[in-house]
Each structure stands twice: as structure tokens, then as C-alpha cells.
Design a binder for this molecule. Sequence first.
Ligand SMILES: C[S@@+](CC[C@H](N)C(=O)[O-])C[C@H]1O[C@@H](n2cnc3c(N)ncnc32)[C@H](O)[C@@H]1O
Length: 332
Amino acid sequence: MSEGADLVANSAAPLVADDENYDSGIDNPSLASSTQSLTESVLSHVYENGRRYHSKSVGRYFLPTDEQEQDRLDMYHHFMLELLGGKISLAPFDRDPGFVLDCGTGTGIWALDYAEQHPASVVYGIDMAPIQPSYVYPNVRFEIDDLELDWTFRDKFDLIYARLMSTGIKDWPRFFQQMYDFMNPGGYVELSEHDLNGVRSDDGTMPSDTAYNRYLTLLTKCMASNGLNPYLTLTDYTRMLTSAGFEITKTLEFKIPMGGWPKGKKAKYLGLLYAEMSKTGFDAYGKSLLVKEGGLTVEEADQLIRECVELLGERKQHVYYYKWHIVARKPE
Ligand SMILES: C[S@@+](CC[C@H](N)C(=O)[O-])C[C@H]1O[C@@H](n2cnc3c(N)ncnc32)[C@H](O)[C@@H]1O
């Protein structure tokens, strides 16, 4: 397996801590200015605790859609490209697929990149929040919709991509079934999700009450009480895809270091990128739910989020989480 090179955890190899160099061995130590948001929608929104949320998403999706969040999503796209060895997709087409769907397209950065690299494809990017740019390649269509409702697309797709949707999809079996029903035979679904069940360490440097897991335990409880399923595992996702009728063609499980603590250029770079994204990511995922549902005051939520962000900059806890990438095919 070449994707992801030294980070692929389908092997059980531990990530080794770099006790000497924290930032060295990477070409781009300054990560802070590495992305730019593509657009800022000024349509209907609400403000809460210093973050802007889209009003269409209130009660349905708990992450903000402000410029800070758009920057984080764009940086995440760069992170994924780094993780997958520069590949925008692992679906094995020998020519451009006809119709492509990006579920929960966010800033639309994946859809735009895919469309640029595959000029003969037509790429639809669907999201509940209108944070996509208005000037796009002629083969890109952005539409505002809720993917948990009945799909009404006129076309069937050859590739359906869904990345980071665990915060938005409540009924995964139905989501996968709609993918299957709107997929041409021989088409591919590509799913990218992460493990929210807890962070891990291989060398005993993580205390059992690490702030990361205090944060995750409360966050996932709040997500569950909102009808989401944050406890899904790689096996659950593959099982549900199979039940919908897909054949699994590839599963990748990566250990993502939280911070620049590991040895190895790629692992260290990804860890630093993760730390940079998470400076706003812990707040984006947690603030609204921890306060509204988790019983924390704003000050307590801020304190827990700050503890997590501070840990990212330290090298004491050698902590990682699992990220999954699954490719599945609708039989001919
Ligand atoms: C964490 S972001 C990920 C964005 C994008 N997939 C990426 O990887 O950069 C999740 C996105 O899904 C959208 N979303 C969540 N639930 C949705 C739903 N039921 N229908 C459509 N969009 C949804 C949110 O508005 C948000 O833009």
C-alpha cells in the first residue's frame, strides 16, 4: 500500500517519539499562514460565543461556518492530500468519471480540486450551508440541500465522496442506501472519517484523565444525545456500506499524531498540521455542544478547550487518533 507511506497503521507499528527534534526535519515549519479561505458567505447566520453559525444549520449541525472554520476546513484538505501522498481520490478510475458528488462539501475545496484535475467530470458539491465560492470551474455545481432528506438528483453518480460527515449524518444506513441508489453500477463511494471513541498512546505517556479524552467523552455524549452516532468504528462503516450493497475495495487506517512529537518527517509534519488545525478545531467541535448540552459554563468549556490546545504544543503526551479511509464499489 503506497498511500500514506510511513503513517499507514494497517500495520500495527507504533509511532516513535522524536526526543531530540521537535520541529526539525520538515520543509515547512511555518504552518500558520498556509491556507486562505475561499469565500465568506454573508447570508443568514447567528453569532454565539464569538463564533458564527449558519442559521439553516441551527439544531442540525453544531460547528460554526465562519471564516476561521473555513480556514480550518481548507487546511484540513491540505492535510488529507499530505496524508494520501498528494492524491485527491483513491477511487481507481482509468478515465474521468462522468458525475461526481461531494457530500457536505463545506468550502467546496475538494470538489474544486477534483473538478480541476478531472475536466471531463461534472462535480456536484452539496451542503446545508452556503459557504462555497460563486465563481467556479464550468464543471462544478454547488447546491444547498440537506443530504438526510430524500435525494432528488436527476443524474446518477460514478463517484460519491463523503469526508468528515459524522457531525452531520444521523441515519448512516439510509445515507449509504441513497448513495447506492444514486450510483451507476461500477461506481465508487469514498468515505473519510475519524475515530471519536478516544485518543491513544503506545508508550504509556498519556495519563488516563488526559484532557483530550475528557473533552471527547463529553463531546460524544452530547453528539449522541443529539441523535448522532459518534461511537462508530471502521468495522461499523464497512458493515453498513456492505449492507447497502457495496463491495469494499480498500480500507486504510492511519495513526494521526496529535502534535509534532513523533520521529519521521511525514508523521511530524502531519502532527504539526493537526496541531495547527486544532487550535480552532477543539473550539469548533466543542464549544456549542459542551455549553448547550454538556452542562459546562462558557468559562469551563473554554478551559477544557485551552487544555487540549496546550497539550498539542507540548511533547509530553505521545498521543494519536485513528483516521479511516474506505473505498467501496457498486457491483456491475
Ligand atoms: C466538518 S465539515 C466537512 C466539509 C468537507 N467535507 C471537508 O472535508 O472539507 C461538514 C460539512 O457538512 C455539512 N453538512 C452536515 N450535515 C449535512 C447534511 N445533512 N446535509 C448537507 N450538508 C451537511 C456542514 O454544513 C459542513 O459544511
